[in-house]
Design a protein around this ligand. Structure first.
Ligand code: SF4
Ligand code: SF4
Length: 80
């Protein structure tokens, strides 16, 4: 998918709300499909593992309390 997820590491405090809010990440967990997980939270920060399944729904952006996430599609930001 043509979505790039950008996490501002300076702002992120690793709460994991993006991980919990992302339907695709949750689906991967249910299916034990760890290769396609979009997010992981490690060492106090969220990291993007693989954005292949991202459909640009924006739920992670809404969930992040510090506005640390941007989704880029074809060089345009998905509006909040
Ligand atoms: S935009 Fe939607 S599918 Fe993509 S990472 Fe965020 S919550 Fe997951
Ligand atoms: S919701 Fe925001 S602050 Fe929390 S882990 Fe995700 S990017 Fe970091």
């Amino acid at each position: 998918m043509p979505y790039e997820i950008v996490i501002n590491e300076r702002l992120c405090h690793g709460c994991g709300d993006c991980y919990t809010a992302c339907p695709k990440t949750q689906l991967c967990l249910i299916n034990e499909d760890h290769e396609n997980l979009i997010f992981v939270v490690k060492k106090g920060k969220a990291h993007v593992v693989n954005s292949k399944l991202c459909d640009g729904c924006g739920m992670c952006i809404e969930a992040c309390p510090v506005q640390a996430i941007k989704i880029i599609i074809s060089a345009k930001e998905v509006p909040r």
